[in-house]
Structure formats: C-alpha cells, structure tokens
Design a protein around this ligand. Structure first.
Ligand code: IMP
Ligand code: MG
Length: 180
C-alpha cells in the first residue's frame, strides 16, 4: 500500500470530508470578517501549503499571498522559542491586514516569536489562522483568531503536515503511532 511504513501505523483522526467542510466554514468566517478589505495571507512553509491552497478558494475577497519559512526550534539544543527565518517575506506588510496561515499550533513558541517579529513591521492588523491546535501542549499563550480543530496531544501527519518530510500528501489528518 502506498502509505504503509513498517515502522509506523497511521490512524485517521480527521478525514478528507471533515477537513473540506471545516476549511469552507473558516473561509466563510474570514470572508465575513475581512469584507471590503485587502487581505494579505502569509503561509508558513511547508506544513500550511495544502491548507492555504484549499482555504483561498473559499475567500471571495481581494487577497494576496506571501510565504515564509522558519526553522524549528526543535532542531536546536534549547527551547527558547527563538526561530530562525529561513525564507523571509517578498513584500512589505506595513499598513496591511495580515493573516498568518499555519498548519498547527503546538507549544505556541513558533507563532509567539513570529507574531512578535512581524508586529515590528507595523502591519495594520495581524491575526492567526491555524488549521489545528493542541491546547494541552501550550507553553506560550497565543491568540489565534481562527482555529480549524482542537486535537489531543498526539503527533499527526497528512494534509501538509509531515514526519521527517513524509506524509504531507495524505488527504486526511492521521495520528502516527510508532510501533513499540
Ligand atoms: P510550536 O512552536 O510548538 O507551536 O510548533 C509548531 C510547529 O511544530 C508546526 O508548525 C509543525 O511544523 C510542528 N508540529 C507540531 N506538532 C506537530 C504534529 O503533530 N505533526 C507535525 N508537525 C507538528
Ligand atoms: Mg510548520
């Protein structure tokens, strides 16, 4: 089977239909809130790319998109929450209505750092839209205006999210259980 990995078992947590339904609802909510505005979306690479692609097709607004890539603090020896910007934005955000599109809000360290860093560039407004959130893992309080699903403390893959760069192409969100 295509997605079989002998070292891991995948169990569907949120299927394709539930994802599409919720993304549509988020799109409708965002469209209502930003009616008449020029919305600038910042997609955090790589995990949020699938979510962004589906979400923007539910935004009948005047939008623009940009991408940012950050390194995970998990690769460093300390968990200060400091993240390194690997790819910065192409355009300036000063005076714009900005919405960060992220795959998952886990400890909150990444988005806490990112929002503090982006605020120094003086956007008109700055909000967060995260597809998933694991509230029980939070270290830094992060206020996300839009959250697709709250999930338990499990490692998930699919719909853009990876484990060691794999599984981003799964159409559903699955919990990855390592064999004991
Ligand atoms: P935070 O800084 O702890 O909130 O981490 C956010 C980042 O960690 C996300 O953008 C993901 O790249 C990664 N991450 C956290 N939990 C998961 C998961 O369950 N699956 C895949 N990636 C995850
Ligand atoms: Mg990510």
């Amino acid at each position: 089977m295509l997605f079989t990995n002998p070292a891991a078992q995948l169990k569907v947590l949120i299927d394709d239909r539930e994802l599409q339904q919720r993304v549509k609802e988020l799109g409708e909510e965002i469209s209502r809130d930003y009616q008449g505005k020029n919305l600038h979306l910042i997609c955090i690479l790589k995990g949020a790319c699938v979510f962004l692609a589906d979400l923007i097709r539910h935004l009948p607004l005047d939008i623009s998109i940009d991408f940012m890539a950050v390194s995970s603090y998990a690769n460093s020896l300390h968990t200060s929450g400091e993240v390194k910007i690997i790819k910065d934005l192409d355009s300036i955000i000063q005076g714009r209505d900005v919405l960060i599109i992220e795959d998952i809000l886990d400890t909150g360290l990444t988005l806490d750092y990112l929002t503090r860093s982006l605020r120094t560039r003086s956007p008109h407004s700055l909000n967060i839209c995260a597809l998933l959130s694991k509230p029980s893992r939070r270290i830094k309080e992060v206020n996300a205006a839009y959250v697709g699903f709250e999930i338990p403390d499990e490692f998930v893959v699919g719909y853009g999210l990876d484990f060691a760069e794999r599984y981003r192409n799964l159409p559903s969100i699955s919990v990855m259980k390592k064999d004991e």
